[in-house]
Design a protein around this ligand. Sequence first.
Ligand code: COI
Length: 363
Amino acid sequence: LTRLASNFDVEPNLHPVSDAERENMIDKPAFGQVFSDSMVTMRWRDGSGWSDRQVKPFGSLNISPAAAVLHYAQEIFEGLKAYKRQDGSIWLFRPDANAERFQDSAQRLSLPNLSVEDFIGSVAALVRQDAQWVPSRREYTLYLRPFMYASEAFLGVRSPKQVDYCVIASPSGPYFTGGVKPVSIWVEDRWFRTGPGGTGYAKCGGNYAASLVAGNRGTDHDCEQVCFVDAASKTYLEELGGMNMFVVHRDGHIETPCLTGTILPGVTRRSLIELLNDRGLKVCEMMIRMDDLVNDIRSGDVTEIFACGTAAIVTPIKRLKSSNFDVTVATGEAGTLTMQLREQLLGIQLGEVDDSHNWMWRV
Ligand code: COI
């Protein structure tokens, strides 16, 4: 990572946050509310490719009101975390997987390709510069948010000739306040996140924008997250507003929606499938009918449901609610396998559990 990070020039920060203020900010931050001293920027121009690799003080972006992103939403992003271990070392979890997904997202949104080297180098350069911003409290991390957008000032609808890339870092605590408390999910029947041939598999801002009205309906029904079904048949379970879902059955088998192109291929999702396979547990990636799921919860055949994602880690789900049903998963408590997986994954990230898949990268 030293070599990759060294491609980025560091501009001195003349006004960093004071030590005392920073310590206060990273002590018990909420999710995504405060930001570190620095950011990375890089620019792409048609014909000359990527240049101007810089780490500089965190601050406002200079963007034309005519920039294509502000009109046509040409934007993609990633989310990953830097973890501080007890010995003070700082690690990333599978940044190569995020880099590859970023490339897939870029292709779908007609944005330029960013090499895996530049993606990982930019993230490493920022984490090195702001190493003191990585919280050390368990479950608190430096959440990294790389993103790319069409910055060309042009109102015609076409692929852009100028694009900006940026990485910011946010010392963050758990995504859901209240620790690992099981959450309630609103199953949305009116609004859909995406459809066949759409942008569902890409991590683009528009997917999240499209999820908000449904999320608000969920909030009105006392639910922390919304769950989408497929837009084409309104039958199959897809994903939550920003997380994937797993269902554990009484006979021990586990189901998760298969990647049909309309759901996000989560890095945590993929990692949990591998960890479950290591345990000899069968994970069926399949189309899950919402009706069947509700019946199986009612009959007690489903013993656990959990959500997963970089921000959410592994979060137990206690209840599914919609205009037509309201069911509680088993006793409504966090499931045993859910909590074991959560501890195993966190353990790998914090260096307490053997990283047999070599997922961790030292910064
Ligand atoms: C993540 O889990 O990193 C996400 O991007 C989900 C959400 C915060 C948008």
